[in-house]
Ligand binder design. Structure first.
Ligand code: SF4
Length: 123
């Protein structure tokens, strides 16, 4: 529990540092295999990520303490070939939320309150 609290504090510090480096008034894009899979105002993207890949990116921030190990991103280890991408959602071999529809049909782009996400099951 102590380590978890320390990690949360340090994650918060890093997030604040990262946010300070970005222009909060501009949108940020998250790309996977050459496609924008999520776009939102930077503050909204950090506060409410919707795409599983964005969740994994934010979870993958390294900690400065080696004893804490590598962050768990819950991603699969099957790396798709960009020349011959998977059918449906190209993120499906690595996604922890994949379903049959993800493997068969490319998700439509959803836009809600200026927040764009390309996913059948946004988080
Ligand atoms: S469409 Fe399915 S496989 Fe693709 S990111 Fe969303 S949940 Fe994951």
């Amino acid at each position: 529990m102590q380590n978890f609290k320390a990690a949360m504090f340090k994650d918060s510090s890093r997030a604040v540092t990262a946010v300070k480096l970005l222009n909060m008034d501009k949108p940020s894009d998250v790309m996977y295999l050459g496609r924008i899979v999520e776009e939102a105002e930077t503050k909204a993207l950090f506060a409410n990520p919707r795409h599983p890949y964005t969740h994994a990116l934010l979870a993958s921030v390294l900690t400065p303490e080696p004893q804490m190990g590598l962050p768990e991103t819950h991603l699969g280890i099957a790396y798709p070939n960009p020349i011959d991408p998977p059918s449906g959602c190209t993120f499906n071999p690595r996604c922890p939320h994949v379903t049959d529809v993800c493997k068969q049909t490319r998700p439509e782009t959803r836009i809600e309150a200026g927040h764009l996400v390309e996913c059948h099951h946004p988080q």
